[in-house]
Design a protein around this ligand. Sequence first.
Ligand code: FES
Ligand SMILES: [Fe+2]
Length: 385
Amino acid sequence: MAAPPDLFSPARYDAVRRNREKAETLPAWCYTDDEWFQRETAKIFRPAWHFVDLDTSLPEPGTFLTTTLLGESVIVIRDREGGVRGFRNSCRHRGAELLGESQGSCRAIRCPYHSWTYDLDGTLLMAPGTETEYARSALGNLGLNLTPVPCASRHGMIYVNVSPKPPVPLDVYLGDYPERVAAPYQVSRMVCVRRLSYDLATNWKLYCEVEMETLHTKHIHRRSIGEQPVTAATTQGEWIAVVNTDQPTPALYPGSRSKGFPRTPGIYGPAEEGTYFSTVLPGSFIVTAPDCMWWIRKIPTAPGRLHTEVGYCFPRETVARPDFAELAEAYNARWDQVMDEDNQIVEVQYRGLRSSVPGCYTAEEPVVHRFDNWVLDRVLDEESP
Ligand code: FES
Ligand SMILES: [Fe+2]
């Protein structure tokens, strides 16, 4: 279905705005249209705070990771005082990429081109070619330090914003997520032990939607997950979640769930009762379970192109066990199967969408409806007075 000329007119989407029981799903063009995608990039992805990784992934000063957000490469690095800092991964001399690896460690950031060198706080330390007085004063006047990118951590999780001045402060953006989920699940004890990435022919929202409903688990995951009853969480801030409380861990196959690692030391409150399947909006799916956690970060590059970055994590006490590698194999097998099942179905759905007309949300998909309306809230034009 082709996108209409009044693509962003609120009146076009009245049917999606109805109560869930009577609502229609988003029209197909919201997933396939390039203009719609550009609007999402500007109104959703650019102002957002994005979860990037765990604090424990940068254990020492100089340890860093790089990630690409909205087509721009960003460095996240541990400074000498123990803080996290973000910088554009681009030299202030003539723009070369500074750090080419996705993870690593350095004593200073040295450009591979003409060896301009920056301290861990971004200060330019050495600039070969600027030795003359004229060049030095020009350098002083221009202050050619690395360009900062807003970056901070909360309860063990690092977030980045690619707007120089984020329109919403991080703590307002996250709302009650850090205290309600990251703290009780002891995310600051978690260590990422396995990273994978995928490139998929689908729209980023389809992936967010499948993560927020349980209707599909008894169909496409019938052997890997089976029934997984969830309730929708009431959340404050830019996150949504569903919660499961009827099993010790969702990260093992049915039948072997009692044979997992012990619970994370120190967990309390909701973490003792089950698993939060959360999305820090727009696209960071973060599962915190009593024994482990994992994430799927969505990095869309076009309406129908999605890159995902996946991290699997256990508490450091679990990772230190002599039998860790052996027992973790059962987790990896279950994780890989479910990942393949979800990756396949969101591509199947994307192929079918082009010829679709709006459908409906069942009683097991209320958070999908909530998510789609969250997108509309940000993308549509203001109502005319
Ligand atoms: S571009 Fe980095 S030193 Fe020249
Ligand atoms: Fe799934």
